[in-house]
Write a protein that binds this ligand. Structure first.
Ligand code: C2O
Ligand code: CU
Ligand code: CU
Length: 471
């Protein structure tokens, strides 16, 4: 108990002021976890010692921002103060919380001006691996380092030796180690988004991760990149996937030891460190044509923690998700179109049919059901009857993959290209490949206007978003 409380204080930005807010031993206060978040510019040793520091924007001046950690059933209260020179908000990605706390400017709250404050206060219903990020000029704000992990612990987590969060990102840096200022450029908007040239793990150039032989890790992977899809191949190890996008999934070995993470995607893995003391074993990212070593597991010289892998169950306790009633589902067809090398000739922009050249001039080159969105408080794409099951049938008619994300819900992935999905996993962000069709379903139990968008932040900026109204 004391332990927990201490860790809580340590994670606060201004520990002394915060201590006054949560008196020790106060049972009612213990049910509320309090954090302060202040996005601000800061210098960090992104490229490691000896290299020039990088000026980033980070929550509390760090990247990633503080890891917010609470237990299932705890309430979270975040006192937020904007120390950036521009408006912002915080979105709690993957959390099924009331619409008013969802952090979408003009839709769920006014943007928070420079110097402004806001209190986010909610109780997440699900245990799992989630994260937070701004929802104003995301391509730039998140691209400069504004993001952090949000972990909700199970009542009874599986037994592991270490519970480790890997926040994975990539950065586009100049030779001098500064963030490249090329945000929102037409090439990134119309192609694969802002891909970086340096991969990072927890805000540092990724290279080495120390492990001990025989230990069991729970790895919580979170992809916070603007656009990069990671496919991590755990060469000599056999990761078991226990959750995707924070939601438990039937435990299964990752195919070929490879875990694909689209932007905003998460995966919880159980990893038994089966190597020998002193061994070095790479984790390779091979999603794109050129693979590279994301990092090396480096085994310490310590003797193995145990002789054979820990014999303990790895399945997670269920979250209270409403099961879709497929027999009575409403179907909504969703066509993704546009972009470079696509076949879209025109789309509706601001109420007018607009041809692709003009769309390109206006930086709005992607469309959902024929509409290139230009402002976030658009009329909804569809109104979903509350309490009912809805099936989104997405089809990608573009030359690029799109990680499609719905706020406020987790959906079951039913089928890809008409073929039932193997695990019927719950996701909040589903990667839809070029020419692919994906069907997902969920119960619309949470009222409000919810954003639905591509999580390649440049695609969102260039029109690939919409709102779904649940009423
Ligand atoms: Cu990570 Cu609109 O979300
Ligand atoms: Cu979200
Ligand atoms: Cu996209």
């Amino acid at each position: 108990m004391t332990q927990l409380t201490r860790r809580h204080f340590a994670s606060l930005c201004a520990a002394s002021a915060a201590a006054a807010l949560v008196p020790l031993g106060d049972a009612a206060a213990a049910a509320v976890k309090r954090y302060r978040l202040r996005p601000q510019p800061a210098l960090v040793p992104l490229l490691g010692p000896g290299a020039p520091e990088t000026r980033i924007w980070g929550y509390n001046g760090r990247v990633p921002g503080p890891e917010i950690r609470l237990r299932r059933g705890q309430r979270l209260r975040v006192e937020f103060e904007n120390r950036l020179g521009q408006e912002t908000t915080v979105h709690w990605h993957g959390l099924r919380i009331p619409n008013a706390m969802d952090g979408v400017p003009y839709v769920t709250q006014p943007p928070i001006p420079p110097g402004g404050r806001f209190v986010y206060d909610f109780e997440p219903p699900d245990a799992g691996t989630f994260w937070y990020h701004p929802h104003v000029r995301g391509a730039e704000q998140q691209g400069r380092g504004l993001y952090g992990a949000l972990i909700v612990e199970e009542y009874e987590p599986p037994r592991v030796d270490r519970d480790v969060t890997w926040v994975i990102d990539d950065w586009r840096l100049t030779d001098g180690g500064a963030i490249h200022e090329s945000f929102f450029n037409p090439m990134d908007l119309s192609h694969a988004g802002r891909l970086g040239n340096v991969a990072s793990l927890n805000g540092r150039d990724s290279s080495v991760f120390q492990v001990r032989a025989g230990e069991r890790l729970r790895l919580r992977l979170i992809n916070t990149a603007n656009a990069r899809i990671f496919a991590l191949r755990f060469e000599d190890h056999r990761p078991v996937v226990i959750a995707l996008d924070g939601q438990p999934v039937r435990p299964h070995e990752a195919e070929d030891g490879r875990v694909v993470l689209p932007p905003a995607g998460r995966a919880d893995l159980i990893l038994d460190m089966a190597g020998k003391p002193g061994q070095v074993s790479p984790v390779v990212d091979d999603y794109y044509r050129f693979s590279y070593t994301f990092l090396d597991f480096v085994y310490t010289s310590a003797p193995p923690l145990r002789d054979s892998p820990l014999d303990a169950p790895v399945a997670l306790e269920a979250n209270p998700l409403p099961e879709p009633d497929l027999a009575n589902a409403r179907r909504h067809d969703i066509l993704l179109a546009g972009g470079a090398m696509g076949s879209m000739g025109s789309a509706i922009l601001n109420g007018a049919e607009t041809d692709i050249r003009e769309l390109a001039r206006r930086g709005k080159v992607w469309a959902i059901n024929g509409v290139a969105s230009h402002r976030i408080d658009m009329p909804p794409l569809a109104t979903l009857e509350r309490g009912r099951t809805h099936l989104l049938a997405m089809r990608n008619d573009t030359a690029f993959p799109h990680p499609m994300h719905l706020h406020g819900f987790a959906f079951r992935v039913l089928a890809r290209n008409g073929k039932p999905s193997r695990y019927r996993e719950w996701l909040d962000t589903v990667l839809v490949d070029p020419e692919e069709s994906v069907e997902v379903a969920f119960v619309a139990d949470n009222p409000g206007d919810w954003l639905f968008h591509c999580h390649v932040l440049e695609h969102m900026a260039a029109g690939m978003f919409a709102t779904l109204r649940v009423a």
